[in-house]
Design a protein around this ligand. Sequence first.
Ligand code: GRF
Length: 189
Amino acid sequence: MKHIAILASGTGTNAENIIRYFSNDKKAKVTLVLSNKPQAMVLERAAALGVDAFFFDRDQFYNTGEVLMMLRRRETDLVVLAGFLWLVPVELIHAFRGRIINIHPALLPQFGGKGMYGEKVHRAVLESGCTESGITIHYVNEYYDAGDIIFQARCPVLPGDDADTLAQRVHALEYEHFPKVISQLISNL
Ligand code: GRF
């Protein structure tokens, strides 16, 4: 059985979707959810589904190595960032090289980088006049949204879209594809 850990900062609908997807899986399950926000809804969602869920602070992430220790103690095979907003420290990236992935709600390399998250991404896509958006699942490296791309899926940007309607369409793609891509990666570990 492979162990998946999820890092998330917010609502955690992707985290919940991934937990549910693997709850009856024979080869992998989500064993740990960590958040840098003490009030993040993702912690409640995970706990309600019986997954251990903990808050960590900046010091535990960047200085003391406690987050890395927790991941190791759980024998984590794959680290999944699902709406996680901090840059990942280099020690963690080295420890999980090729085993740490992120999802971004647009078609990278466009509309990524520091500060490009949530609604801001969708607003930038709308302002650009692009007729397409989508999702990008990629490996995590030392820079925001810059690791090798694993998978992309596309959706149209429709006339009359606002950030909300576009976000909903992109979220639907995330729910459909993210667990499957994780499952595929797990098979290759
Ligand atoms: C998703 O759109 C994801 O692509 C981005 O942050 C959002 C998280 O949403 N990185 P949720 O917390 O899973 O609902």
